[in-house]
Design a protein around this ligand. Sequence first.
Ligand code: ADP
Ligand code: MG
Length: 313
Amino acid sequence: MNSIEINNLTKKFGSFTSVDSISFNVKQGEIFGFLGANGAGKTTTIKMLCGILAPTSGDATVGGYSIAKEPNKVKLNIGYMSQRFSLYNDLSVEENINFFGGVYGLDGKDLEDRKEWVLKIANLRGKEGLLTESLPGGIKQRLALGTAVIHKPKIVFLDEPTSGVDPISRRNFWDLIHHLADEGTTVFVTTHYLEEAEFCNNIILINAGKLIAEGSSKELKSKHLKNKMYEVECERVVDALEILEKQPYIDESSIFGNNIQISVNSLYESTKQIEETLTGQHSIEVKRIEEIIPTLENVFIHLLEKHNNGSAN
Ligand SMILES: Nc1ncnc2c1ncn2[C@@H]1O[C@H](COP(=O)(O)OP(=O)(O)O)[C@@H](O)[C@H]1O
Ligand SMILES: [Mg+2]
């Protein structure tokens, strides 16, 4: 069953197209990763799906309600954690929970039960009186998620929930997201940390407002990266990259950390070829050449290069 169905959704600001006729579906209970660089159109899309921003054209149904025709119904049936965490810094932890509970019509025992739950997942039991401003980033983030789902919505939108927090907090936060999904909540999450996309059941990649790839991590890798990839550790990395880029047996090359990663085509025979190019022809010493298993980051770099060169597939 689809929880979200998006049809040719478009948003223009003046003559600038921020979201360009995107269409896709999100299934009930899945963790759906919405990926793209800064400025790709992620927040604009989320705001439309939450009923906060009206589309210029196209439509989507979220939990069965049209975002163009019934934005207020959409708003009541979802949870939304905005990019700057929706909390009020000058309120205490408990005041924030009460506020969001009130917005969603919770009171009495319902509110008390959910408050307990939010405090538990945010590790804030006994610390209800703390000023929200004083909380560490990771804790604040969990409190923001808790308040966003205080009314147990079936669908929750999280806009870059893990940006700017430390790796351990990020990991813990993803455990929480999985927990929500296990309970049947659809989680629509944006991130620019590509490694986090591996935690999602399905992924969309957008670039300059256009959808450029969709599928599971496994599908994206097998569909878009058919070539073998190697990592080359060598001297004079920048010179070496320039040389490798010109070789007919190499399709793509980029620098990763201190090394070069390349994808090779059918003209490639063996690692000796790379050594011959670098050491034989250019006296660049090669320390290591190793085949690597492509990551989603490799897939996305490949797709973005293609897209930006005007030949998306
Ligand atoms: N209210 C607005 N007016 C004009 N341009 C906007 C507005 N909101 C967003 N944009 C532009 O739309 C593009 C996508 O922005 P956004 O959706 O925030 O991207 P992301 O969340 O992926 O970083 C950007 O180029 C941004 O400058
Ligand atoms: Mg954004």
